[in-house]
Write a protein that binds this ligand. Structure first.
Ligand code: PLP
Length: 359
């Protein structure tokens, strides 16, 4: 009988936020009537001219496997050499390339927990050993970098994953802490996932760490410009790491629409800034109203936050009955917590009205 490798057969299903039309249909809910507060992309959608621009793309020819035009435009924007860049079909692909290229059976990988579930999946696919450093609820899930480094030292990791700011807790590590971890583990690959950096209050510039030979920065244009359906992310690293990742990259990994939309999006910096101001206003409104309702909100520096809801599965389904989708954090191992990411102010007001009924 045909059998998958045992560690592949044992892989867990990773749960993501977002509207699952089939599941909603099954519950008799029209997905078109649901306001989605569960995904953390830019809620204002892509800049208008992107929709028009992607109509210019010829779908009949293969995309440029090197994404040359987009890579050069992005490198120029970031002020780095194009050889320090690799594009991916979402930042998730960059994570997969990193584990495929640098990790193998039995390699130790340390990461804080809870965090983005795809790190675990990517590591388990290559049969690496996962070692989780549990974030303390009492300290609002803040990562104590010194304790984390001491913990990681005892495991001699081949890689360390840092999600900054962390999904789902929204906590953001300082430059000093990240650079300390990079320095302390010169023989480990440090994956610094900055998927939400564009939305982060008080963000510091991680490109100043690019000289570190063991650092891979991962970013998501999916989130920044709401291109979830096109999929676009990138990795920034020393040339040797980028060259290595390219060896395991599938051909034509970034489709033509994503390459073109990405290039057009690069001329829209003020769009992100304008969106961020509105997102922050909505986030502070939502958090403030939840606190008024007596709920415990964990402070976050980015475009989502978690709060304690008691029975989070029931809480989520009561909101869904009212047409609001939120993220139950039980799948992150955070039982009782709900994650929300703000939408427009009118939508946030509707959510708060529904929450008043549910609470
Ligand atoms: C921390 C983090 N990194 C990466 C991703 C993946 O984003 P992308 O759509 O760019 O693959 C997500 C998506 O939820 C995320 O939360």
């Amino acid at each position: 009988m045909l059998r998958a490798k045992q560690h592949i057969a044992d892989l867990p299903a990773i749960i993501h936020g977002g509207v699952n039309s089939a599941a909603l249909d099954g519950l008799g809910i029209n997905p078109g009537n649901v306001l989605d507060f569960s995904t953390c992309c830019n809620p204002y959608g892509p800049p208008k001219h992107l929709r028009k621009a992607i109509r210019e793309v010829n779908p009949s020819i293969y995309p440029d496997p090197e994404s040359t035009v987009m890579v050069h435009a992005l490198a120029l924007k970031l002020g780095i050499n194009p050889k320090n860049l690799i594009l991916g079909s979402g930042s998730t692909e960059i994570i997969r390339l990193a584990t495929a290229a640098y990790l193998g059976p039995g390699d130790k990988v340390v990461m804080p927990s809870p965090t983005y579930g795809e790190y675990e999946l990517a590591c388990r696919i290559v049969n690496a050993d996962l070692i989780k450093f549990t974030l303390d609820e009492k300290g609002d899930f803040h990562l104590d970098a010194a304790l984390f480094a001491a913990f990681a030292k005892s495991h001699k990791p081949a890689a360390i994953f840092l999600c900054n700011p962390n999904n789902p807790t929204g906590q953001y590590l300082s430059y000093d802490h990240v650079s300390m971890i990079i320095r302390e583990f010169p023989d480990s690959l440090i994956v610094l996932d900055e998927a939400y950096i564009a939305f982060t209050e008080g963000a510091w510039n991680s490109l100043q760490l690019l000289k570190s030979p063991n650092l891979l920065i991962v970013r998501s244009m999916t989130k920044d410009f709401s291109l979830a359906g096109l999929r676009l992310g990138y990795g920034i690293a020393p040339k040797s790491i980028i060259a290595t990742l390219k060896k395991v990259r599938p051909p034509w990994n970034v489709n033509s629409l994503a390459q073109h939309a990405g290039r057009m999006a690069l001329s829209c910096d003020d769009y992100i800034l304008r969106c961020c101001e509105r997102i922050n206003r909505c986030k502070h409104y939502l958090a403030g109203e939840l606190i008024k309702l007596g709920l415990k909100v964990i402070p976050s520096q980015t475009n989502f936050f978690i709060f304690y809801a008691g029975d989070s599965a029931v809480f989520k389904s009561r909101l869904l009955e009212r047409g609001f989708l939120v993220r139950d954090c039980a799948s992150f191992g955070l039982v009782g917590y709900i994650r929300v990411s703000p939408r427009s102010m009118p939508d946030c007001r509707k959510l708060i009205a529904a929450l008043r009924e549910v609470c």
